[in-house]
Write a protein that binds this ligand. Sequence first.
Ligand code: NAD
Ligand code: DAU
Length: 336
Amino acid sequence: MRLLVCGGAGFIGSNFVRLRLLQHGDEITVLDKLTYAGREENFHDLVDHPGFRFIRGAIEDPDAVAEAIAAAAPEAIVNFAAETHVDRSIAEPDAFVTTHALGTYVLLEAARQHQLRYLQVSTDEVYGSIEQGTFTEDSPLRPSSPYSATKTGADLLVLSYFHTYDLPAVICRGSNNYGPYQYPEKLIPLMVLNALHGDRLPVYGDGQQVRNWIHVLDFARAIAHVLQHGVPGEVYNAGGPDECVNLDVVTRILELTGADASLIEHVTDRPGHDRRYSLSSQKVRALGWEPQVRFQEGLDETVAWYRENAWWWQPIRSGDYREYYQRQYGLGLAES
Ligand code: NAD
Ligand code: DAU
């Protein structure tokens, strides 16, 4: 397929692009603003591929979107572009509103004008927290943070374009992703890099929150599957095969890195912190997708990847990330 992949320089987007370009022969144009989280290093190995093109631009900029569509002549738009860190949405919600509301609107208008298929990458956080059981696609939408509330707004706008204009749009909602190329503000890479440097491991509250982990390549495969087989106007959840308590994730990272448990520090909890996420993926499984990577195996591989790819994270840890970390945690980081 010829795809316009928005947000393809980020963690999940770049893994999706690599998979589709190298293993499925898709022709891919990436449109990405390159925020702090979007990095050309994430597709360093793809830039010379004849099926790959990169355009720097924001999805809320109609001219940039028009330029990308003219260059790509895509059959579909896949939208990963987002501000994605819950803590940053609590501190500074502004960009979340712009990118998720205005950006999604601009893309939908372009898809409508050019009669393109459209896939919105979304999140289990739109359902809020669940103490027991699992969320299905019919569960009520109860987002807790500015991140999840603006992602929910984007989802509703996408569905409105299907109902109002017959736009062939689908939504794929994922659970917590992990794997290579994830910016180290997120739990797993943050803890791995801190453990490797002997920095403190800041666990929010009691650390008993539960997340439903999915390997990034499993989520990338689910997105491709929904794009190809999903019914327009439908939502598909894609959750990982395993749930894990945060403190158990951190303990396993300590084992894998050989760091000492005394590095764990319980810090002030995140405001409005969702206790547990859990997704039922029956609907996308019925289309023929299933996750292939169990969490324990995937986590081991992920820790090894960060260990072996200092070239990727060293510039992050020595740049603006240090200031962000100091602001967010009131703690410094060791030199890399
Ligand atoms: P990320 O932060 O690593 O990447 C986001 C990308 O979007 C970056 O390349 C960034 O430069 C780009 N971007 C941000 N604002 C933009 C704008 N206005 N215009 C163009 N590009 C812009 O995020 P990720 O973890 O790869 O998440 C990708 C998508 O998947 C998001 O929509 C997110 O909500 C969703 N999602 C993430 C997870 C997860 O666990 N990380 C789980 C489920 C769903
Ligand atoms: O569930 C899908 C969502 O997963 C995505 O939509 C988001 O984009 C993505 O960021 C992620 O959200 P979370 O808030 O669950 O991920 P995060 O890595 O920030 O936190 C995971 C858990 O770890 C959560 O319970 C908070 C906790 N945590 C996180 C950090 C960064 C800590 O205890 N300490 C930390 O320093």
